[in-house]
Design a protein around this ligand. Structure first.
Ligand code: ZN
Ligand code: ZN
Length: 339
């Protein structure tokens, strides 16, 4: 069967892989659509330390159940449209023992530590599937990045009355916007791209701030009557946005980092103490986060068509990844349709 393979950093092409065999407790999925994630781009660029090569990328998945192994519950039947929780949990490590399975020490995300979904068929344990009835392939392939944003909202304990600034409105940041709105926060979306800020409004942001065309500090102070936001969610991964989150958050506020910083960041740690901040990391997402996103999408409460910048066929996927590498800002999501 065909597969998109990143052979080495900078080298991606259409190749072949053998069809996986179905084992007990597993399901054979015919992959319909895969979204390219920033982590796939980093794999292509050789910037993802968790990846070895060659690697089939892809973990944002819409698929159809084609065959069901022994011991799989009846609710999962052939022909069902599904999305996938692309992580694993060992059940043994300290994080798993504490119930924090989304950050399992031995996690293997599809397309990162193991081959991913940009291939015609994959097999997965039935527990990794989520039923997607009523949702189309565009929606199903967006569930994972939005769920990562929802997870950050859960980590930040966003509740009614909170003012939440979300810095960075790519797919994950848009998930954080929608998740914070769902948690009854008032959202200020921050980006350097007006088109992305328009999407953030459609995802429910009350205010938008283009930090390139004015002072982020002044705008946030104005919008919060001098307090700063109760929660700041950082979804960019640049040193300056890591620092802005701590500088702008209110006293006794919460900072949640989802962005993966590509370089070390130096902090003035007196702010942590003086403001008595909760500084939190958010990694991957839980099954509850995925289910909450499915509910959001079923309510048609998210601008799916805007977030999918481009749709390509499998034989165009390698070119699309190279194009994204050349002009990363222009893309929220590229979807690869396999059928
Ligand atoms: Zn992703
Ligand atoms: Zn574990």
């Amino acid at each position: 069967m065909r597969a998109v393979i990143i052979e080495q950093p900078g080298n991606v092409a259409l190749g072949t892989r053998s069809v996986p065999t179905l084992v007990d407790g597993a399901v054979l999925i015919r992959v319909r659509t895969v979204g390219f994630c920033g982590s796939d781009l980093n794999t292509f660029r050789g910037l993802n330390p968790l990846v070895s090569y060659p690697r089939v990328p892809g973990h944002e998945i819409a698929g159809v159940v084609e065959e069901v192994g022994e011991g799989v519950p009846r609710e999962i039947s052939t022909g069902a449209h599904v999305t996938v929780i692309p992580y694993t949990a060992c059940g043994q490590c300290s994080a798993c023992r504490r119930g924090r399975i989304n950050t399992c020490r031995n996690n293997q995300t599809l397309g990162v530590q193991r081959d991913g979904a940009l291939t015609e068929r994959i097999t997965l344990p039935w527990q990794s599937l989520l039923q997607g009835e009523g949702l189309d392939r565009r929606e199903l392939a967006l569930v994972e990045p939005l769920a990562v944003g929802f997870h950050a909202v859960a980590r930040g304990r966003v509740a009614e009355g909170d003012v939440v600034a979300v810095i960075g409105t790519g797919a994950v940041g848009l998930g954080a916007v929608a998740g914070a709105v769902r948690a009854r926060g008032t959202v200020i979306a921050v980006d350097v791209d007006d088109d992305k800020l328009t999407m953030a409004r459609r995802a429910g942001a009350t205010h938008v701030v283009n930090s390139r065309s004015g002072s982020l500090h002044d705008r946030l102070q104005e919008l919060t009557r001098g307090d700063g936001p109760d929660v700041v969610i950082e979804a960019v991964g640049l040193p300056e946005t890591f620092l802005a989150a701590v500088a702008e958050v209110a006293v006794a506020g919460r900072v949640v980092y989802i962005g993966y910083a590509k370089a070390p960041v130096s902090f003035d740690t007196t702010q942590f103490v003086r403001k008595e901040l909760d500084i939190l990391g958010a990694r991957n997402a839980t099954a509850d986060d995925f289910r909450a996103v499915l509910t959001l999408l079923r309510g048609k409460g998210f601008p799916v068509a805007d977030a999918v910048t481009r749709v390509v066929r499998m034989d165009e996927a390698a070119d699309a990844l190279r194009g994204w590498d050349a002009d990363p800002a222009a893309v929220t999501r590229i979807h690869v349709d396999l059928d």
